[in-house]
Design a binder for this molecule. Structure first.
Ligand SMILES: N#Cc1ccc(Nc2nc(N)cc(-n3ccc(CO)n3)n2)cc1
Length: 290
C-alpha cells in the first residue's frame, strides 16, 4: 500500500519545525534508476519516538496519500523505518504550511483567499467522489506550492497534506484542541468520521483563511478548553464575516445539523458566485472581510 524507502537513501538537512506528534525536516532522497543516481528534495516527517504506538495510524495516513493522486493532494513518496524512527517521505512544498503563511502575509487579497478556498473545495469534492474522508482539514494542513504573482497573472497553488494521526487514536485533550475544526458530532464519536465532518472543517478553514490565519477561538483565557466545550454545547457559531454571502457559506458548512451542510458541488457553486460578487465589492484591495 505504500513504497518503503531505505534509510540509507535519505539525507537530513535543516529542521523545519514540529507538528503535534511529528518533527519535520528538509532532506534528500536518492534513488538509482536505469543505472543513474537521482537526488530529490523531500520533506522528512518523523513520528515522535514517544508516540511510536501511533505508528500504524501514521503509516495509514501515508498509505491514504499514496493510494490516490490529485493535483491538490500532497505527493507522498513512501515511508522509511529505522530502529524506533518512523519517517514519512513527502514531496517538499516550497512555501510550507498555510497557517504560518497567512499570519506572515498580512495583505492577501479577497481574490487570493477565494482562489485558495476554491482549490480546497475541489480536492474535497474529489475525496468525496472517491468516498475518502480526510478528517483533519485545517490551514495547518494546507501547503503553499506557489505564491501568487499578480504582475505575471500567476495565482497561488495549494496542496492538502496528510491527515496525520487518526483523531480516534488521540486523547480527549488533543481532540478538544481541534475545536472548532473538528465537527461537533465527531467529539462524541471520533471513530466514525463522515464526509460531513470534512465539510464542517472546510467551513472553519475558510473562516481561518479570511481571518488572516488567526485561528478561531484562540487567545481565550486559560480555561479555553471549557469555553471550547461550551461553544459546541451552546451550538455557537464563529464570529460572522461582514460579507454576508461568505458568512452564509461558512454558516452552512458549520451547521450542527449534518443534513444542512451543503454538497461539495454547492460549495463550489457558492464560491464561484462569491468570486464574481467579490470582484464587484470594493473589499478586494483590503482583503478585510471581518
Ligand atoms: N520555513 C519554511 C518551510 C517549512 C516547510 C516547507 N515545506 C513543507 N513541505 C511539506 N511537504 C510539508 C510541510 N509541512 C509543514 C507543516 C506540516 C504539517 O503537516 N507540513 N512543509 C517549506 C518551507
Amino acid at each position: 500500500q505504500f513504497h518503503t524507502i531505505k534509510y540509507e537513501d535519505l539525507k537530513w538537512d535543516e529542521s523545519l519545525g514540529q507538528g503535534s506528534f511529528t518533527r519535520i525536516f528538509k532532506g534528500e532522497k536518492t534513488d538509482y534508476r536505469d543505472g543513474e543516481k537521482h537526488t530529490t528534495e523531500v520533506l522528512l516527517k518523523e513520528l515522535d519516538p514517544d508516540h511510536k504506538n501511533c505508528w500504524e495510524s501514521f503509516f495509514e495516513a501515508a498509505s491514504f496519500m499514496s493510494q490516490i493522486s490529485h493535483k491538490h493532494l500532497l505527493h507522498v513518496y513512501g515511508v522509511s523505518v529505522h530502529g524506533d524512527k518512523n519517517i514519512m517521505v513527502q514531496e517538499f512544498v516550497k512555501h510550507g504550511a498555510l497557517d504560518l503563511y497567512l499570519k506572515r502575509e498580512k495583505s492577501l487579497s479577497v481574490s487570493w483567499k477565494l482562489n485558495v478556498a476554491k482549490q480546497l473545495a475541489c480536492v474535497l469534492n474529489f475525496l468525496e467522489e472517491q468516498s475518502i474522508i480526510h478528517g483533519n482539514i485545517c490551514a495547518k494542513n494546507l501547503l503553499l506550492v506557489r505564491e501568487e504573482d499578480p504582475s505575471q497573472g500567476i495565482s497561488p497553488f495549494i496542496k492538502l497534506s496528510d491527515p496525520g494521526i487518526n483523531v480516534a487514536m488521540l486523547g480527549k485533550d488533543v481532540i478538544m484542541h481541534r475545536i472548532p475544526w473538528i465537527a461537533p458530532e465527531s467529539l462524541a464519536a471520533p471513530d466514525n468520521l463522515t464526509h460531513e465532518c470534512d465539510k464542517w472543517s472546510f467551513g472553519a478553514t475558510v473562516w481561518e483563511i479570511f481571518n488572516n490565519g488567526n485561528p478561531p477561538l484562540q487567545g481565550w483565557s486559560l480555561e479555553e478548553v471549557k469555553l471550547k466545550e461550551k461553544f459546541y454545547e451552546n451550538k455557537q457559531q464563529l464570529p460572522p464575516s461582514q460579507w454576508t454571502e461568505l458568512a452564509d457559506l461558512i454558516g452552512q458548512c458549520m451547521s450542527y445539523d449534518l443534513a444542512f451542510r451543503p454538497s461539495c458541488r454547492s460549495i463550489i457553486r457558492q464560491l464561484n458566485s462569491l468570486v464574481t460578487s467579490g470582484n464587484n465589492v470594493s473589499l478586494n484591495h483590503v482583503g478585510k472581510v471581518f
